[in-house]
Design a protein around this ligand. Structure first.
Ligand SMILES: Nc1ncnc2c1ncn2[C@@H]1O[C@H](COP(=O)(O)OP(=O)(O)OP(=O)(O)O)[C@@H](O)[C@H]1O
Ligand SMILES: [Mg+2]
Length: 462
């Protein structure tokens, strides 16, 4: 793949601008971003000095010039300036020094349109304000001990202000639990705001979370962040392990102090919000891989819910299945009364990678397509039947072959790859072109792999 071209394409289609200058302040790269914030053509920017392009900026007021001087980065910096066409624009920028062998060789600045993200914040708040927490305890189905314990714990902890961490694989009901916590608490009449941390680019997230204060010097309106929008209620931060690690530190500060500081503001003020965070990987693994700050984890984990995967709570399967069957009977105006025995057996032994959500989808599918008044195996989605077949047949050649290998994964894969290539070469009388064609790789690649895997044409009679 032509990565250079791909990068070019990406940078030209971003909603943010990118400037790269060399150590003298001359522009070496500029993307004609969709917003065209700088108001100039690429041709007229390259090679020019930054202060020549933006005559109103000075060594002191330009963030790029400042970073060139100090060698330090400036993150999420709200500024306004007059662009090439002397139009006043307000941007949020991150300015990063570029070092090569310890020498400052230039600076890259990435900037986005504040007006645009103000709208984004407004839309977000608007959308979430109508997005209510709808689930209550009655929606949690299952009378196993673990489900009863779960409901009790929700009742006991709903009214506390302590932060909560919910952990569970995909589809185990994290959203359900979080909404119940809100609805069981005295905050129920107040806002419930849910934000998936993976959905917002890191540079914008701080402003979206904490809001912005730009009014005093730009005239642009102030903007409330999600924390303030949720004042009095609950803020649910889903996939917290996707939040930028430096922002996690700022969230921790809020959790400790109860005060927020909007981006661009130097005053703080108190907000009363209960923070609930969720993640779908084991928190200790997220900490080990650097995706979750351990200090934030301990602060959030004051109250924790660890939801078990469906394969470990099989006692609930029958109850959940009849609940979903009833639900879709009503929804689709059908009158199906149950499941065949082999379906029940299958439900009990299946490993449910998609957990309760997968069970719900399978039943929705079956109720839609069945022509009988009982659901049997043929009514389940095709992928289930295919998985079943491959589970039953124990003669997958690759799996059987695996047992002959040991050691690190990449070495095992190499051994297997070597075997595949030797076999194919034998099949085609050591004719490289035909073998490459058969393996659907370019001839050059096959030569390269043969060399790497030490496959010699005359000696490969293994
Ligand atoms: N105990 C339960 N009783 C009834 N429905 C459940 C239960 N657990 C999960 N569900 C249903 O399963 C579906 C998935 O649940 P939810 O969206 O809460 O999962 P999640 O853990 O947030 O998943 P993801 O990590 O993918 O966001 C929803 O339709 C939810 O109503
Ligand atoms: Mg969810």
């Amino acid at each position: 793949m032509d990565y250079k071209n791909i990068l070019k394409l990406i940078s030209e289609n971003l909603y943010c601008g990118i400037f790269i200058v060399d150590k003298y302040g001359k522009v070496v790269y500029y993307n004609q971003s969709i917003n065209d914030l700088a108001g100039l053509k690429v041709e007229s920017a390259i090679g020019k000095h930054l202060l020549e392009i933006f005559p109103r900026l000075t060594e002191e007021t330009s963030t790029i010039m400042r970073t060139l001087k100090t060698g330090e980065s400036l993150k999420n910096y709200a500024q306004n300036y007059y662009n090439y066409q002397d139009k006043r624009v307000t941007i949020l920028s991150s300015t990063i020094p570029l070092y090569e062998d310890g020498q400052l060789e230039g600076v890259v600045e990435i900037f986005s349109d504040v007006e645009k993200y103000n709208n984004l914040v407004d839309n977000k708040a608007g959308r979430d304000a109508v997005e209510k927490a709808v689930y209550t305890l009655d929606d949690i189905i299952g009378s196993s001990k673990s489900k009863k314990d779960l409901k009790n714990k929700i009742k006991k902890t709903a009214d506390s202000r302590s932060p909560v961490l919910v952990y569970g694989e995909t589809g185990t009901g994290k959203e359900l639990v979080v909404q119940c916590l809100h609805n069981e608490s005295s905050r129920r009449g107040k806002p419930f705001i849910a934000q998936n941390c993976a959905a917002i680019p890191g540079t914008l997230f701080e402003s979206i979370l904490f809001g912005t204060r730009l009014g005093s010097f730009t005239g642009a309106k102030d903007s409330k962040g999600l924390i303030e929008t949720a004042d009095g209620g609950t803020l649910f931060l889903d996939e917290i392990n996707s939040m930028d690690i430096t922002l996690q530190a700022k969230l921790l500060r809020f959790l400790q102090e109860g005060f927020i500081r909007r981006v661009g503001d130097n005053t703080t003020h108190a907000v009363d919000v209960r923070i609930i965070a969720a993640l779908n990987e084991n928190p200790y693994e997220a900490i080990a891989s650097g995706k979750l700050r351990s200090d934030l984890f301990y602060r959030l984990n004051v109250i924790n819910f660890s939801l078990s995967p469906l394969r470990e709570s099989k006692n609930d399967i029958i109850e959940l299945s009849s609940y979903f069957l009833n639900y879709f009977n009503k929804e689709l105006n059908k009158n199906i009364y149950g499941f065949s025995e082999d379906v029940i057996e299958f439900f009990k032994k299946y490993d449910w990678p998609g957990n309760t959500r997968e069970l719900r989808h399978i039943i929705e599918h079956a109720v839609n397509i069945t022509e009988s008044n009982i659901i049997s195996m043929i009514d389940l989605p095709d992928y289930i039947n295919i998985r079943q077949d491959s589970n039953n047949s124990n003669n997958d050649p690759v799996l059987t072959d695996c047992e002959n290998y040991a050691g690190p994964l990449n070495k095992q894969v190499e051994q297997f790859e070597r075997k595949v290539i030797i076999n194919a070469l034998k099949q085609y009388d050591c004719n490289v072109s035909r073998t490459a064609k058969k393996l659907d790789i370019p001839r050059q690649t096959l030569y390269y792999k043969m060399e790497k895997l030490n496959i010699k044409l005359d000696k490969n009679a293994e």
